[in-house]
Write a protein that binds this ligand. Structure first.
Ligand SMILES: [Zn+2]
Ligand SMILES: [Zn+2]
Length: 238
């Protein structure tokens, strides 16, 4: 999921015998692709790398990706990468990756951006790192069917979701494509998820600030689903 700085470590730790990799990009803002060029499977001629991402009305996904993989931003061009690379443009699409059914759908965020829903057996994992549900409907959080991202998140066992700001910060940044931790929790509640991981924290907020945001919005709120703050190296068992 996405190609931020974490994908570099993932590449280093992948078992050698893995020769097919799928990367699902939600959109091409820099924080979601800044690690992509350093992902080791892209340099393995025996590895097939399938990159999935949203099409746009003005410029194709592959054309935007080629802009990142070209000087002066990056020394290696997309076509020069040794791996067998396949680019897949998706919209509101259902597709399969081995035994995983993946559903992508456009969600509220500047530029073409999708959320992903992965269904494996009876487990549903949803992923929306950048999302502003408040702008998706006029009466958020009251009409589920009109709410941006609802189809991706509904009844998920595990939802990874944007929670970049506290309420005061969000009031100054409406339309930037992110949400307050309060709205994120409203969205999780509306979507009837079982567990929600809040992440895409604002880089300027300290751990102490995040803890205060969590205490204010989650602790003692009697939520009927589990909410945790995401951090590096977390592992979730379903
Ligand atoms: Zn973004
Ligand atoms: Zn982002």
């Amino acid at each position: 999921m996405d190609g931020g700085s974490g994908i570099i470590r993932l590449g280093r730790n992948l078992p050698e015998n893995i020769k097919e990799v799928n990367i699902l990009l939600t959109h091409l803002h820099l924080d979601h692709i800044m690690g992509l060029g350093y992902f080791s499977p892209l340099y393995d001629p025996d590895c097939k790398v399938k990159i999935w991402g949203p099409s746009g009305s003005m410029e194709s996904f592959i054309s935007k990706l080629m802009r990142y993989f070209s000087p002066p931003l990056f020394p290696v061009r997309l076509k020069e990468l040794p791996a067998d690379i396949q680019i897949n443009e998706i919209e509101n699409t259902t597709f399969n990756i081995n035994d995983i059914t993946v559903i992508s759908e456009y969600i509220c965020h500047p530029g073409p951006t999708v959320g992903y829903r992965c269904e494996i057996d009876n487990i549903i994992i949803s992923y929306m790192p950048d999302h502003e549900p408040l702008l998706g409907s006029s009466n958020f959080p009251n009409s589920a069917e009109w709410c941006s991202g609802f189809n991706i998140a509904k009844e998920a066992d595990l939802l990874f979701h944007d929670a970049q700001y506290d309420s005061a910060e969000y009031d100054r940044r409406i339309g930037w494509g992110h949400c307050s931790i309060k709205d994120a929790i409203e969205f999780g509640n509306l979507s009837k998820v079982k567990k929600m991981v809040l992440f895409h924290h604002d880089p300027t907020n300290s751990d102490e600030q995040l803890e205060a945001m969590f205490n204010e919005n989650v602790e003692n709120k009697n939520l009927n689903f589990v909410v945790v703050m995401g951090k590096e190296n977390d592992v979730f068992f379903l």
